[in-house]
Design a protein around this ligand. Structure first.
Ligand SMILES: *Cc1c(COP(=O)(O)O)cnc(C)c1O
Length: 226
């Protein structure tokens, strides 16, 4: 079997013990692997590429909760808007307005996480701390103007640096934990920060220690990607 059942049980046990949610990241993996994990009870799956997600969604069971965890281009939102459960990587207001528009077209509210830039790498997308603060202050004003009614901001998402330097990872997760707790206060009807998405195969245990409520784990469950 292409799915590592032993690893799955171990990750799931640790996730449950932390009252968190495990998103199984199935990008580049075949439908049969997803089906195998589905049969073990897994329902939350994460994908990075729009076309791949759309193709998989079409043939897999309808009770799967599909998480979009990659970098989303505004012109592709329409393809996933009818069914996506949670969009993790919202990194601009422009993208949020497009998600809102497509949510309205599909007569639904689409749940989103704001991506926060914590890693050192230049290439990582996301709001920095100040941009996040500014955006969260602005959001209720949009709502007062009857805008962004079809998006629901559910929390924050972050990717830590690619490093095995534990101290560095701890530092980054600690920043996220503090931001999450601090920002969890201003609530409006469509803004309620209750999800903190951080932690991958190599760092999920540390992320859980730092208050992650949702981990995104791929290679530990499905094997390395080629
Ligand atoms: C691929 C990916 C993951 C999973 O990575 P693994 O190291 O295979 O667990 C998690 N989050 C994001 C955003 C990803 O792109």
């Amino acid at each position: 079997m292409a799915v590592n059942e032993e690893n799955y049980k171990e990750v799931l046990e640790k996730t449950n013990a932390a009252h968190a949610t495990l998103v199984a990241v199935s990008k580049t993996k075949p439908v049969s692997d997803i089906q195998a994990l589905y049969e073990l009870g897994q329902r939350d799956f994460g994908e990075n590429y729009v076309q791949e997600l759309v193709e998989k969604e079409a043939v897999l069971p309808k009770d799967i909760r599909w998480h979009f965890i990659g970098h989303l281009q505004s012109n592709k939102v329409k393809y996933i808007a009818p069914f996506v459960h949670l969009i993790h990587g919202v990194d601009s207001e422009k993208l949020l307005f497009e998600i809102d528009k497509q949510g309205a077209k599909n007569n639904r509210t689409i749940d989103c996480l704001l991506q926060v830039h914590i890693a050192q790498e230049e290439t990582k997308f996301g709001f920095d701390e100040n941009e996040l603060k500014l955006f969260l202050e602005t959001f209720p004003k949009y709502q007062a103007l009857e805008k962004l009614k079809n998006v629901w901001i559910k929390g924050l998402m972050a990717m830590a640096s690619f490093t095995d330097d534990m101290e560095k990872l701890k530092q980054e997760f600690a920043v996220m934990k503090a931001l999450f707790q601090q920002q969890a206060k201003p609530e409006t009807s469509n803004l309620k920060l209750e999800t903190l998405s951080m932690g991958m195969s190599s760092d999920y245990e540390l992320a859980l220690e730092y208050g992650s409520t949702m981990i995104r784990v791929g290679s530990l469950l499905f094997g390395a990607r080629i």
